[in-house]
Design a protein around this ligand. Structure first.
Ligand SMILES: [Zn+2]
Length: 226
């Protein structure tokens, strides 16, 4: 395995994690995995993990921390990987997932470092962002856009993806009440999660993410020595 670095993206929904990781993939040739994508792949391939995820979703339950961690480790174990840097978007999400970071470090071997990138932005800015967020309907693409006036993330053609020409859609839960509810739950977990990571000795780097994405990308690159 040739991975030098795994960067764990931790931040509230709407803090720009997804867009930033997309840019890192496109412009720095990094690799990115998100637990949501892993879940979908397992369900599609009907693996044992996929079947338990499917069962959990159909019974209206959350996918357990154990399953999420197992998927992440298996990805690193099974993927012949040429990328120097891999971003994990949205993991760890809970203290119990964070407790398994040592196993991840073990899977990766001594030569790889684990860095936690924490994205900070105030709630009102997030509500503002998410209310204007649209995503590409194409499951293989899912590029994120903003319909906010003058945003650099605006699509070139009205309501159409620049990348694959598919229609843009709004997620049902991107409205202010639902967003504030999601943020409340998020903040509840974030403190515990980060204080656990700190105690366990993982390096945490903080990024103010209420910036246009291009500026955030420049700052992030600099900080990561790219
Ligand atoms: Zn698209």
């Amino acid at each position: 395995m040739s991975i030098d670095r795994v960067i764990l993206f931790v931040g509230p929904p709407g803090s720009g994690k997804g867009t930033l990781s997309q840019k890192c993939v496109q412009e720095l040739d990094w690799d990115k995995i998100s637990t949501g994508d892993l879940c979908r792949q397992h369900i599609e391939n009907q693996t044992e993990i996929g079947k338990s995820i499917d069962f959990a979703i159909k019974s209206g339950k959350l996918v357990s921390d154990g399953i999420v961690s197992q998927m992440v480790f298996e990805w690193f174990r099974d993927n012949e990987n040429d990328s120097r840097v891999v971003i994990l978007d949205g993991y760890p999400r809970t203290v119990s997932q964070a407790k398994t970071l040592d196993n991840l470090a073990e899977t990766l071997g001594d030569s790889a470092e684990i860095i936690i990138a924490k994205f900070v932005i105030d709630d009102q800015a997030i509500v503002d962002r998410l209310e204007n967020r649209y995503i590409c309907k194409n499951k293989e693409c899912q590029r994120v856009y903003s319909l906010k006036a003058s945003s650099v993330l605006a699509p070139k053609k009205d309501m159409t993806c620049d990348n694959c020409d598919t229609e843009l859609i709004k997620r049902k839960d991107d409205n202010s009440d639902a967003i504030l509810e999601r943020l409340k739950v998020y903040h509840l977990h974030e403190n515990d999660l980060l204080s656990h990571c700190q105690k366990a000795g993982y390096e945490i780097r903080e990024f103010e993410s209420n910036l246009p994405i291009d500026q955030l990308f420049v700052k992030f690159k600099e900080n990561m020595g790219e």
